[in-house]
Design a protein around this ligand. Structure first.
Ligand code: SME
Length: 159
């Protein structure tokens, strides 16, 4: 008999697996890369999963950290630019149902339709973010948000 898992059940399991990866320890970027691999592989609508990190050596700029998916031209993003740069300023999760409706958006490739960006915070300080692109319109909802915010809270001490 096939077991049909709800999205919430699948995401609860994935959240636990990510927490296990983090708690197993190791180099920060290896941990980030393993999380990208897991989420991109397990979630059908996640087509690009990566981390942008606040550059401690540059004024208000993100650099691209570990990622899985097509290479992107956006290896550095100033705070305020694109969805990623806006989250670096707002410190709030940003879900974009249709990227073509956004004025302040940086296109990675023409297939991307929706996106979610979740900040990693150390107290009041913004340190990094997870960025996920999908080739499906409205691919992410509050279940994605809840899982990714939990993962980002667990990741915060690594930065
Ligand atoms: N779309 C992002 C840029 C990063 S790529 O999606 C990998 C943005 O608008 O900030």
């Amino acid at each position: 008999m096939a077991i049909i898992q709800s999205k919430k059940e699948q995401f609860d399991t994935l959240t636990e697996r990510c927490i296990q990866i983090i708690r197993a320890g190791g180099q920060r970027d290896d941990i980030l890369h393993k999380i990208c691999v897991l989420l991109e592989r397990e979630i059908e609508v996640y087509d690009w999963v990566g981390f942008y990190i606040a550059d401690p050596n540059a004024e208000r700029e993100l650099y691209l950290g570990p990622y899985v998916g097509e290479a992107t031209d956006h290896t550095r993003i100033p705070f305020g630019k694109g969805i990623c740069g806006q989250v670096a300023e707002s410190h709030q999760t940003f879900i974009v149902d249709d990227v073509h409706q956004q004025d302040n958006y940086l296109s990675c490739n023409i297939h991307v339709k929706s996106e979610i960006v979740v900040p990693v915070m150390q107290g009041d300080a913004f340190v990094a973010q997870i960025d996920i692109d999908s080739h499906t319109v409205s691919a992410m909802d509050d279940t994605d948000q809840k899982m990714l915010e939990t993962i980002c809270r667990e990741l915060a001490p690594l930065f």
